[in-house]
Ligand binder design. Structure first.
Ligand code: SAM
Length: 588
């Protein structure tokens, strides 16, 4: 990538100087920062190497050290606590910093008690909260430890990226939140609103929403997982989510990776090393690239970093296409309620390769997605599963059996537990699967409330049910995709925020390409690609279940649904009770 020097008054240069001169960061004399050409639409800084200046005197195993950042100059939950410890204030006004420190601690615990925040707590979110508090307090006249102030003002508040976090403050419910809730946008919006309200109360309206959004965006995009030894000399490592000044100017490119970061086990410094075998030998000045993630999954990249790697020939990328739960015409029951009870992520993984898209049918989660499409062996309904809206009665019966007391005692508690779990915002229910009966034979004599693993084993033990379920699934998928195409086309006209438009464009591409392949009779499943076993396919995980999916299951009126006796729900009450007995002893 072409190197362009930064303007002499660019704050990145003075910030870099501060970190070298004041905070112990060491640079190889061949390393510099400049404007990167990886993206044109925003000011994008990158790390570069000038070959003629590179100091290779310490070359080790083909690696040259480019950067060394002392652990005390990085920002993780661990080091921030050290910054807040009065004994670490050597060169600054101890009294003022002690005052800051106690205010930070007070506000931090107050913010963590906000229910939306505690429900979504992660290391990254906690770092965001710290820096929002630092920024609010500095504006209100408090003094900050100088590395924190330099990093906040010189890096975090000047970063330009185009992720959902950077435009959350202009989001509209109908164009940005609802159409992308399944990708976690509803959670981002809730968190943003909670943090904005917290800031307004504590720092006044001047601490505006743009600052909250900017800090959410830059911190989410700059966090690295830094390894640490479990104990001195150990081969076991744990990782801390950490902001590492200067190293975080380095951009991502899996194809042109020429460097990686690590920890110096003797000093705990974070180091960036250049692999001398991997850099472009011809260029006098070249960009340093690391890998933010070994697999290029579009939604993860767009959400976290505001870009996604360009597809290239012979390179595979992925798109985890999550289903919009506003689509309800899938089956003769609520399919998302089914997935919720069975802890199945409503997400279809596409593989993108050489201009084509394929459903990744090698994943176990793909088979899980097919379960509700297994046909009823009696041929009476579409699915072999039936739902019991009064499932709480089973919960109270099992509880009373487990605890040896009367069933009535638990009926109300079990009713609200089951009901709240069903209508709650989380994408999984987390209770024993006792709401759905799986019908197993054509005579109607074998039926049971199996969990996900049992269903996979029993239903997909032979290929027949599996391939029939795929056919039904594909038909329903077409309905979904037609509906979603309309949503996405309509969205274009309504001008959503930039990051929403970007994600919509990716999804449109995948759906349209899928249709084109169907029309041209080309394979749409990965296992139908010729020679697919010999093509390398990285493991790309599906996203975790959402804590807030904004999906609203509407329970039917109970009075119209008289409780069904247990004999009609399962042939195996004893086995099912024993399977979950310990749960009912402790949880209901
Ligand atoms: C850790 S920062 C890297 C430094 C950043 N470019 C800056 O200006 O400070 C990560 C951000 O850099 C940008 N970036 C990194 N690699 C990129 C790439 N290959 N293409 C486009 N943007 C990239 C994205 O905005 C991303 O969120």
């Amino acid at each position: 990538m072409k190197y362009q020097p930064l303007g002499s008054n660019d704050c990145a240069l003075s910030t870099l100087r501060d970190f070298v001169e004041l905070h112990g960061v060491k640079l190889n004399r061949g390393f510099c920062v400049g404007r990167s050409g990886v993206i044109e639409s925003v000011r994008c800084i990158g790390g570069f190497v000038k070959k003629r200046d590179l100091d290779i005197s310490q070359l080790q195993n083909g690696m040259v050290e480019l950067l060394r950042i002392p652990a005390k100059t990085t920002f993780s939950l661990e080091t921030i606590l050290q910054f807040l410890d009065a004994e670490s204030f050597h060169s600054q006004d101890v009294e003022k910093l002690t005052e800051t420190s106690s205010k930070v601690k007070e506000l931090f615990s107050e913010c963590c008690r906000i229910p939306v925040i505690s429900a979504h707590a992660s290391e990254t979110l906690l770092l965001i909260i710290y820096f929002i508090i630092f920024s609010g307090l500095e504006r209100s006249g408090y003094m900050l430890p100088s590395p924190i102030s330099h990093y906040l003002n010189g890096v975090l508040l000047t970063t330009e990226i185009e992720s959902p976090y950077s435009d959350v403050f202009v989001w509209k419910e109908s164009t940005d939140v609802a159409p992308f809730a399944q990708y976690g946008f509803a959670s981002i919006h809730l968190i943003f609103n909670a943090l904005s309200e917290f800031s307004a109360v504590n720092f006044g309206s001047k601490h505006c929403e743009r600052t909250i959004s900017a800090l959410m965006a830059s911190i989410s995009s700059r966090c690295l997982e830094i390894p640490h030894e479990e104990h001195k000399g150990s081969d076991d490592f744990y990782v801390n989510t950490t902001l590492v000044p200067v190293l975080d100017y380095v951009n991502h490119d899996n194809k042109h990776v020429n460097a990686h970061f690590d920890i110096d086990r003797n000093t705990s410094d974070v180091i960036l090393v250049l692999d001398m075998e991997l850099y472009d030998q011809k260029e006098e000045v070249f960009e340093v690239f690391i890998s933010y993630s070994p697999v290029d999954e579009i939604v993860h990249f767009e959400k976290t970093y505001g870009f996604s790697p360009q597809p290239e020939e012979n390179r595979t990328s992925f798109m985890n296409l999550c289903f919009d739960k506003r689509f309800s015409a899938l089956q003769d029951f609520d399919i998302f309620l089914f997935y919720k009870w069975f802890s199945i992520k409503p997400c279809l993984q596409f593989i993108l390769r050489d201009g084509r898209v394929y459903i990744n049918d090698t994943l176990k989660q793909f088979a899980e997605l097919l379960l509700p499409y297994v046909a009823d062996p009696q041929g009476e309904r579409q699915s072999c599963f039936t739902y019991n809206p009064n499932n709480y009665t089973t919960f109270s019966q099992f509880t009373s059996r487990a605890r040896g007391t009367s069933e009535d005692r638990f009926l109300e508690d079990c009713r609200s537990l089951a009901r709240e779990s069903e209508i709650g915002p989380s994408e999984i229910i987390g209770l024993p699967q006792l709401a759905w009966t799986c019908h197993l034979d054509a005579e109607g004599e074998d039926f049971a409330r199996l969990n996900k693993e049992q269903c996979l084993k029993v239903l997909f033990g032979s290929d027949e049910l599996y391939s029939r379920a795929i056919d039904t699934f594909q038909r329903q998928l077409r309905l979904y995709m037609n509906w979603r195409l309309d949503v996405l086309q309509e969205l274009k006209r309504q001008q959503p925020a930039k990051s929403s438009a970007n994600l919509a464009a990716h999804e449109l591409y995948v759906i349209q390409q899928y249709y084109q392949q169907l029309d041209q009779d080309l394979p749409v499943f990965w296992t139908d690609v010729e020679n697919y076993e010999n093509l390398e396919l990285a493991d790309c995980p599906l996203p975790p279940p959402l804590k807030y999916s904004s999906y609203a299951f509407k329970p039917s009126d109970e009075r119209q649904q008289p409780p069904v006796s247990e004999e009609l729900l399962t042939k195996y009450p004893e086995e099912e009770f024993l399977q979950y007995a310990s749960f009912f002893m402790e949880n209901t």
